[in-house]
Ligand binder design. Sequence first.
Ligand code: IVH
Length: 685
Amino acid sequence: MGELYEELARHSRLYYEEDSPVISDEEYDLLLRELVELELAHPELARADSPTKRVGGAVLEKFQKVEHAVPMLSLDNIFDAGELRSFVTRLEDALHRNSAETRAEGAAEPSFVCEMKIDGLAVSLIYEDGVFVRGATRGDGRVGEDVTENLRTVKNLPLRLKKNVPGRMEVRGEVLITREQFAELNRLREENGESLFANPRNAAAGSLRQLNSEVAASRGLSVFLYYLVDAEQRGIKRQSETLRWLAEQGLPTQKAWAFCPVLEDVETFIEIWREGRFDLNYVTDGVVVKLDDIALWNRAGATSHAPRWAVAFKYPPEEVFTRVLSIDISVGRTGALTPVANLEPVQVGGTTVQRAGLHNEDEVRRRDIRVGDRVKVHKAGEIIPEIVDVDREARTGSEVPFVMPENCPVCGSPVVRLPGEVAVRCPNRASCPAQLKEGLRYFASRGGMDIRGLGDRLAEQLTEKGLVRDLADIYGLTEEDLANLDRMGEKSAQNLIAAIEASKKRPLSALIAGLGIRFVGDRVADILAEHFGSMESLQSVSEDDLAQVDGIGPVIASSVEAFFHDAANRALLERLRESGVSMGTGKTSSGPREGIFAGMTLVFTGELSSVSRAEAERRVKELGGKAAGSVSSKTSLVVAGANAGSKLKKAEELGIRIIDEAEFLKMLPQGENKAGENLGENLGL
Ligand code: IVH
C-alpha cells in the first residue's frame, strides 16, 4: 500500500503539476483500483491522504457547519480607470493616516499584485502537517459548509503538500470548472435531457454542494489558491511571495498574475487581459488588484465585508447587437429538435458568434424571437452565445414568427412531443440520418469505441452517402468504400479501417457507453460492465435487478431495460456480435479478467508463508477473481494459512471450500507460479 501511495502521488504530480504523465490514464486507474481493493481488505491501513478518496463515494445527509477562524471577506467592485485611481488614492490616504510617516516624508508609493478574478466559488482549505484535512465553502463569510469529501475529488488539489509544512495551515482560493469541462458537462446534460448550467460558476457551485461526492467527482472541478492565512507568521512578506510559495508546496495557482510596481502597470495589466482572458481555459470576470506588501494590509484595514487593500476591477459583460437571419432546426442523437438562430456574424468575447441555441419551441415562443429581429447577444458565462434581448422598437413588420416544423427536417418523419417533455422529437430512431450521424460520432468517441479519425465530418459523409445505415455497418466498411469520400487519402483510409478493427476489442464498458443509452455515461457503463460481465447477461436483465445494483437508480434502470427490450436495439447488438465486436466475457472493463478465478470471490486468512497476502490477492484479481476481506455466503473459496482463526471457522460453518497455501499456489497457472515465487524472493520471503 505504501508503494502504491507513493506511485500514485508521483503520477498525479507528473500529470497535474508537470503536465508530463509517464503512464496512461488506464494504467493509473489500474494502480488506483489495486489500492481500493487493498484498503477494503485493510481499512485500518488506509491513509487520510489516499488518492482513492478522490473517486468519491461518501454520501452525506447534510453538510456540517464550519466557522472560519478568520472571516472570508468579499471584495468591492470598480468598473473603470477613474474608480481605480480613487481606490489607490483612498488606499494611500488610509495607509498614511494609519502610519507615523507622512507622504511628505517620502513613504514609498504602494506596489500591487494583479491577479485574474476567477469566476468560481471561494473555498478555505486546512492542511495539518502537510495533509489536507478539511475544506469549507465561504458561506456567509463567517460560517461556511464542510465540503471536505467533495474537495478530495478535485483532481488538482494536493491531498499532501510537497514539502512538509508542520502544524495547521489554511489556504484559500477558488473552485472552478474549466471551459472544456463545462462544455462537456452541459453536452452530457443536454443529451440526458437534464437542465443546463447557465455558466461555469453555477456548475462549480452546484457540483461542490453535492451531498454525494461521487457526483461531485464526476464534474471534473479544479481549484486555484491565492491566499495564505497567517502568511506573515510563515515569514512571507508579500502577496507575490505567497503565490510563489503556494506553488512550491504543490498547491495550484493561476499563472495569470503580475507584480505591478505602480498604478500604470496595473492599468496595463487590465488592458492586456481585457481580451487576453478569453484565451484562458477558465472563465474570469475581472482583475483583483492587491497591495503587494502584506504588512500594509492591517494598516489599510477592512470594512465589515471587504478589505481596503484589494479591489475587484470588473470588465463589462460584452453585449452586442446583431440580426437573426434564419432559424434552423438541429436534430440531436436522441432525436430532439432544437431551434438554432443563425445570426449576422459579430465579435463577442474574443470570438465570432454566428449561431445561438434557442433551446426549444416554448422558449422561442415565450420570448417571441422572430426571423429578421434585431437582437442583443452575449455569451453566458462568457462561453455560450445567447440572445439576451429582442429590440422590439426596431421591428418593421416584416419579421417572421417561428413555427416548429411538423416533420423532421432531416428524415421527414412526423415529429412527436411526449407529454411532460419540452422537446419535440423525431421518432425515427432506427434510420433518421441525423440521429444516426450523431449516434455514430458518439459510438466512435473516446469514451466509446475510440475510433480515431471517425469524427463529425466523416460521420456525416458515411450516413449521408448511405454507407452506414446502422452502427454495425461500420464493421463492414472497406478501403474502397472510403476511397470515394472527401479528403480521404489511401493512408487515412487504411488507418481508419485499422482503428475500426481495433475497436472490436474494446472493453465491454466502452461498448455499453458507446451505445448512447439514455442516462448511461462512462461511469454507469463501468458499473454495468463490472456487475454483469457480458452483454448477454445485461441484455436479459430485468428493471428490478438493475435497480438492485449499487450506483444504479430507478431512472437508469428503466432506461437500460427499455433499451435492451427494443427489438431494433437487440438486432443491432446481434449484428455487432456477428461482426466480431467483443461483448465481454470477463468481469470488468479494465485489465484481463479471464482466468481460473473468473467470477469467484476468494478470502485469505491466516499467515501465508511464500507470498505476501497483497501479492496473492493481486494474482487472484489478475486471474479474474475478487479478493474479499470477510467470509460470507458469496465467498467461493477460502485460502487458509497458518494460525487461521475466525474466518476459517465461519467458512467451515457455511460449508465453503477451504484450501491451504500450497494448493492455492498449485492453482496458479505455470509461470504465474514462478512469478509468485520470484516475488516472494524479491520481498525477502
Ligand atoms: S482575493 C479578502 N483573489 O472574488 C478577500 N479573490 O468578489 C480575498 N476571487 O470572495 C479575495 N479570484 O471568491 C481574490 N484572484 C483572486 C480571486 C478572488 C476570484 C473571488 C473571491 C472573492 C470574490 C469577491
